[in-house]
Design a binder for this molecule. Structure first.
Ligand SMILES: Nc1ncnc2c1ncn2[C@@H]1O[C@H](COP(=O)(O)OP(=O)(O)OP(=O)(O)O)[C@@H](O)[C@H]1O
Ligand SMILES: [Mg+2]
Length: 344
């Protein structure tokens, strides 16, 4: 029937390009990886700081997978009290514990045929980790208070915003489960490691607000954008998203300018002297070249301020020393070393 065909068409038109904004090479590679991983049924472990898009990625994997017409069931292991988590995940039988007045289906059963997203998996108690490992091995779940198990077919995607390898070392996370989960590991970059995506993300969030309140042209001045670019975004994309919402409420008229930015954002950002174009020229511009130029400028500035101390300069820019060194090489910046020698 035509209407069914239409539903089938729209149901399956998930687009990773629309949900995962970014042109930074790390994001381009991530989109390719998501597309590949979606087709396999392997368990995935997504790691990244808070607000980097772990849930966005998990939903994208599900949305592109053959399971997309079935449920995506998120479980926040940190938000559910430890003693309830097992029955939430696997269900329980009537009378299994005080207050268990009837049988209850667990989230694994609800995710049957689809995907279960175990968020903040590092918070899962050790005893439950052992049970989860068994489920991953044989696909059999056993409701609390039941002596019989049954088969479920749910794809597991897990996420953590802390370093699970460190949790394994200090004994709070099972090593065998860690390896079982990360059949495919996906590590999301912090926003400050892909600053070139900030203008794109700002535009994306503004576009969403414009869609809600048509008629507001909403623009960001060049100077305000430089501040947004230079800020460290410890809360990553979520913080940027909330900031844009707030700035739109606070701004006079339809232009977001520097005075409306919160002081901490301005003071922790380093004003770039690089000249950003006031308007995109008709002939277009080369975004990559412009980004490299700005990056080179900020790197030079950081080195100047730290007397050529690369470690301090990396810290100033919120970069790991190795990332900073790679950028130095790419930009061809010659770092003056503290003793006056030139060092590449
Ligand atoms: N690449 C991206 N493109 C567009 N929006 C993004 C992107 N990454 C994250 N977001 C948005 O940022 C917000 C946070 O993303 P998400 O909830 O996936 O982060 P998270 O890593 O799960 O964070 P937490 O660890 O705090 O749970 C969401 O509103 C999401 O839509
Ligand atoms: Mg999350």
């Amino acid at each position: 029937m035509a209407s069914e065909a239409k539903i089938a068409e729209t149901d399956f038109s998930f687009s990773v390009d629309r949900s995962l904004i970014g042109q930074h090479p790390a994001i381009v590679r991530l989109r390719q990886l998501i597309e590949r991983v979606a087709m396999a049924d392997a368990t995935v472990l997504i790691t990244g700081e808070s607000g980097t898009g772990k849930e966005v990625v998990a939903r994208a994997i599900h949305g592109l997978s053959p399971r997309r017409s079935r449920s995506f069931v998120p479980v926040n292991c940190a938000a559910i009290p430890h003693d309830l988590l097992e029955s939430e995940m696997f269900g329980h039988e009537r009378g299994a514990f005080t207050g268990a007045s009837g049988n209850r289906q667990g989230l694994f059963s609800i995710a049957n045929g689809g995907t279960i997203f175990l968020d903040e998996i590092g918070e899962m108690p050790l005893a439950l980790q052992a049970k989860l490992l068994r489920v991953l091995e044989d696909g059999v779940i056993r409701p609390v208070g039941s002596d019989r198990g049954f088969q479920v077919n749910a794809r597991v995607i897990a996420a953590s915003n802390n370093d699970l390898a460190a949790a394994v070392k200090n004994g709070t996370f099972r090593e065998d489960l860690f390896y079982r989960l990360q059949v495919v590991p996906i590590i999301l970059p912090a926003l400050r490691e892909r600053r070139s995506d900030i203008p794109l993300l700002v535009e994306h969030f503004l576009e969403r607000i414009r869609a809600r309140s048509p008629g507001r042209p909403l623009t960001v001045t060049r100077e305000a954008m430089v501040h947004l670019w230079s800020y460290d975004w410890p809360g990553n994309v979520r913080e940027l998203e909330n900031m844009i919402e707030r700035l739109v409420i606070m701004c006079e008229g339809d232009t977001i300018d520097t005075p409306v930015l919160p002081p901490n954002l301005i003071s922790s950002s380093r004003m770039a002297e690089a000249q950003l174009p006031r308007k995109i020229p008709e002939a277009g511009l080369n975004l990559n070249a412009l980004v490299r130029e700005l990056e080179g400028h900020l790197i030079n500035q950081a080195l100047k301020q730290t007397g050529g101390n690369k470690q301090a300069a990396a810290r100033l820019l919120g970069l790991k020393r190795t990332t900073f060194a790679a950028k130095l090489r790419r930009c061809g910046v010659i770092a003056p070393s503290p003793d006056g020698r030139e060092d590449r």
